[in-house]
Design a protein around this ligand. Structure first.
Ligand code: ADP
Length: 189
């Protein structure tokens, strides 16, 4: 299996680029944010547990997130590989993912971090809030998400850097140009 993590702060364009990548490389896209939103929409027991946290811009506890992710991977036994989007967001999640994949004789091939500055992120999310009405895109909730990113998620980068798996791609510019840069990284594997 060829597994990649697409990494970046809220609004970096992970969802947009993932859609293009799965089409080109026939990988399975797992976005923990999308999975949580589907649970909330369906009012599943899991959705009911996490909806308030997500609406406030806080991270969902690791145990819940890891269990959901592993279940989703197990739903796709014949997959050529996965693109993990929005996961791992903490170092314990990254460690759990490594152990889980290892138990299947697999691993993370590479981690691609989309680099976008704060000013651009704020602009994009304000626009997305207008278009989708996502509650966690509202300014005060977004502030909390950015705090969570800089206090917890950012530490995932050195974790993968130490494994020499990290590549950075400029996430500002035309969608197709960013996609070409991402593809160039993936094509090296
Ligand atoms: P973003 O647009 O900020 O990248 P996502 O759509 O990926 O956000 O996720 C939305 C929310 O879902 C997060 O703010 C968080 O509450 C929750 N969430 C998603 N992935 C994770 C994760 N790996 N660990 C904990 N919480 C998560």
């Amino acid at each position: 299996m060829l597994n990649f993590v697409l990494f970046g702060p809220p609004g970096a364009g992970k969802g947009t680029q993932s859609e293009k990548l799965i089409e080109k490389y026939q990988l399975i896209h797992i976005s923990t944010g999308d999975l949580f939103r589907a649970h909330i929409k369906n009012q599943s027991p899991l959705g009911q547990r996490v909806s308030a946290l997500i609406a406030e811009g806080q991270l969902v506890p690791d145990e819940i997130t890891i269990a959901m992710l592993e279940e989703e991977v197990d739903k796709n036994p014949g997959a050529k590989g996965f693109i993990f989007d929005g996961f791992p967001r903490t170092v314990p999640q990254a460690q759990a993912l490594d152990e889980f994949l290892e138990s299947k004789g697999s691993s993370i091939a590479g981690v691609i971090a989309l680099d976008v500055d704060q000013e651009e992120l704020t602009k994009r999310i304000a626009q997305r809030q207008l278009e989708t009405g996502r509650v966690d895109d509202q300014a005060d909730k977004l502030q909390k998400r950015i705090e969570e990113y800089f206090s917890k998620t950012i530490h995932v980068l050195p974790y993968y850097e130490a494994q020499q798996k990290l590549s950075k791609v400029n996430g500002i510019g035309k969608i197709d140009d960013i996609f070409a840069d991402l593809s160039a990284v993936i094509d090296k594997y």
